[in-house]
Design a protein around this ligand. Structure first.
Ligand code: ADP
Length: 373
């Protein structure tokens, strides 16, 4: 089955055409909303042109959409119809930068190919198994009932894919796997997985909570916002401050882990501090989630930084001495695209690197939903 995987942003559209494990075409349409590409329909026309050669006369059988927010309703991928599209649209206030773009992407496909099977795959869905003690914030109940203020969690497609990969590497059934998964890309989150299910995760009501990220602060004392508001910062200022100017960028001046690794290696103090703050925060979450899952069978690193920065893995695991978790330098250093063990033989639990692949996961989910459909 040939699947077009679409990740619609407000001004961009990332796509991949897959046939099982094969990537037939991929690309990125940018500056949607400007003169050349006025809307998502125009972007889709460009995708259509770009993939035509690669398809060589074959046609797309189904489209899988990455949808950031599935709210409380969606706990798994679903076949899209008008009612589902409207349900996703009703979640726009919870993900104002992301869900409206997904809805535009879905409607553009419906307009262009009315009979196309479309599947929505939600970033939040894997975390629908969180127990209430993990998803509740200790604020008046009214905030949850009236505004849906609770932990939703994100990166679920990746956490689920990687926890299945980790289980396979360990030789256990996915449903028997307990682990801590650290997805460290530009956005970063860590998830506690028990019996193959997410039972806690560091991102919350929005993808801002938790770890130190490329440009996001992660956890801070909420009173800092109140203090800054009294100092004259607007809601928009705070949004920009915490989502775009904080995290590694706020501490080191750049959000690119490669540059930070190099600068720290060359003795740059700010870069070293950024690494220290981020690694220490992650290590604390790992300790907490090791407890949450009742003893992890493995600690798993994934995504751009998790897969490619031996230095960041070493800095993090360096804090886990009390858990007797240790890396093996010879296994940790080399680069590879393969799932692998990077811990020492004497480590209390294995430390794994399992590359994520959200497009593959979305395509697989799309095929499964359409086949069941
Ligand atoms: P996104 O969340 O945008 O999908 P990625 O998973 O691609 O992000 O991760 C991006 C991060 O991975 C960046 O901080 C980048 O610097 C880091 N990264 C990529 N390659 C390397 C590398 N070889 N060494 C260190 N960091 C890397």
């Amino acid at each position: 089955m040939i699947v077009l995987v679409i990740n619609s942003g407000s001004s961009s559209l990332k796509y991949q055409v897959r046939d099982g494990g094969n990537v037939l075409a991929e690309g990125l349409i940018e500056r949607i909303g400007e003169a050349g590409v006025p809307d998502h329909t125009a972007a889709l026309d460009l995708v259509d042109q770009q993939v035509n050669d690669a398809l060589d006369g074959r046609t797309i059988d189904a489209v899988g959409h990455r949808v950031v927010h599935g709210g409380e309703r969606f706990s798994e991928p679903v076949l899209i119809d008008n009612e589902i599209t409207r349900a996703i649209e009703r979640l726009n206030p919870l993900a104002p930068l992301h869900n409206p773009a997904a809805v535009q992407g879905i409607r553009a496909i419906t307009g262009k190919w009315p009979d196309m099977s479309q599947v929505a795959v939600f970033d939040t869905a894997f975390h629908r198994t969180l127990p209430e003690r993990a998803w509740r914030y200790a604020v008046p109940d009214e905030l949850y009932r009236r505004h849906g203020i609770r932990r939703y969690g994100f990166h679920g497609t990746s956490h689920e894919y990687v926890s299945r990969g980790a289980a396979a590497l360990l030789g256990v059934e996915p449903g028997d796997f307990h682990g801590v998964i650290a997805h460290l890309g530009n956005g970063a989150s860590v998830t506690a997985v028990r019996n193959g299910k997410s039972i806690d995760t560091s991102m919350g009501f929005t993808p801002l909570e938790g770890l130190v990220m490329g440009t996001r602060s992660g956890d801070i004392d909420p009173s800092i916002l109140l203090f800054l508001m009294r100092e004259g910062y607007s809601a928009a200022d705070l949004d920009t401050l915490l989502n775009r100017e904080s995290g590694l960028r706020g501490l080191a001046g750049t959000n690119d882990m490669r540059s930070i690794d190099e600068a720290a290696g060359a003795g740059d103090q700010r870069a070293q501090l950024a690494l220290d703050v981020a690694a220490y925060r992650l290590a604390k979450y790992i300790g907490a989630y090791h407890v949450a899952v009742g003893g992890a069978q493995a600690l798993v690193f994934t995504a751009g930084i998790g897969e490619n920065s031996p230095g960041f893995r070493a800095a993090t695991v360096g804090h886990l001495g009390a858990l007797k978790v240790m890396l093996d330098d010879g296994r940790n250093a080399p680069r590879s695209r393969e799932p692998r063990v990077v811990s020492a033989a004497t480590s209390a639990i294995p430390v794994l690197v399992v590359p994520t692949n959200e497009e593959a996961a979305i395509a697989e989910a799309t095929v499964a939903v359409v086949a069941a459909g």
